[in-house]
Design a protein around this ligand. Structure first.
Ligand SMILES: [Zn+2]
Length: 268
């Protein structure tokens, strides 16, 4: 029996609906490998020169494997991420992006240590050799902080600082006394290096911040209650300049911002 035009159209609409309402599976949301590689190229134009045969090509002539082809558990993503895994969970932006994060939704916590070491330095001494000092809220806080010059992170943070300096006092109070920037150290409760080790992260005032470990002694078996006091306005300023915020993570860290422009590129 020939398929009628209306049945065919109905089937096409059905397919379209299925596509639109695909469950938020990790691979479906994160897009193709090539589009993910392009996000790295756009985010770090002075560091990468291209992408070929599953390799991100560095301007210094080296390369780094993009996708190791392994399917990883949440714990493995935290400790063994390749560059492709960094984008497995899309980092949300905009007014709708401040809700309570779903369990283990931690976009940006999967970090490829080998890539970070190539970019920012393989040990404390190498990272420190790339650090510079920028003024922090020069009209209000009168402080200086240390941050890396690699990838122009210092210039981006200086722009953040200048914009935060313009905020009204009720918003500015959260950022006047930063908790710290560079520190070569593992993440608490783990042997993975923190983003602070690479000179790309800043903690704003811990006195106004919330951290999942302060509210939960055991991550296993019970839900972590979400808490945040940081206003959206300051988060948006950081995001506009390439910094993601730890307040959008299930394992939240609302004082924490780190330079991860690959997570802020448009498209999936
Ligand atoms: Zn931090």
């Amino acid at each position: 029996m020939p398929v009628s035009e209306s049945m065919r159209r109905g089937f096409l609409i059905f397919c379209l609906i299925i596509l639109c309402f695909q469950p938020h599976g990790q691979s479906a949301e994160a897009g193709s490998v090539l589009s993910k590689a392009e996000k790295f190229l756009r985010a770090y134009p002075n560091f990468f020169s291209g992408y070929r045969d599953n390799m991100l090509i560095l301007r210094d002539g080296g390369g780094i494997q993009f996708d190791d082809g392994r399917s990883k558990s949440f714990e493995e993503l935290l400790s063994e991420a390749d560059p492709e895994d960094e984008l497995i969970q899309p980092y949300p932006t905009g007014p709708q992006s401040y809700g309570t994060p779903a369990v283990n939704f931690d976009p940006g916590r999967f970090r490829c240590a080998a890539l970070f070491k190539k970019m920012y330095g393989a040990n404390a001494k190498e990272v420190e050799s790339h650090l510079t000092t920028v003024p922090w809220l020069p009209h209000s806080a009168h402080l200086f902080i240390r941050i890396t010059r690699v990838n122009g992170v210092d210039r981006q943070l200086e722009a953040v600082s200048a914009e935060l300096d313009q905020l009204p006092p009720e918003d500015k109070k959260y950022v006047l006394k930063p908790g710290g920037t560079f520190s070569w150290r593992p993440i608490a409760g783990s042997d993975q290096l923190s983003a602070h080790s690479f000179g790309i992260a800043i903690d704003i005032d811990p006195a106004y911040s919330d951290y999942w470990r302060w509210n939960t002694s055991d991550d296993h078996g019970k839900l972590i209650p979400y808490k945040n006091r940081i206003p959206h306005r300051s988060v948006e300023i950081f995001e506009r300049h390439g910094f993601i915020w730890g307040g959008k993570w299930y394992h939240y860290d609302t004082m924490h911002f780190e330079y991860r422009p690959e997570l802020l590129q448009p498209g999936n």
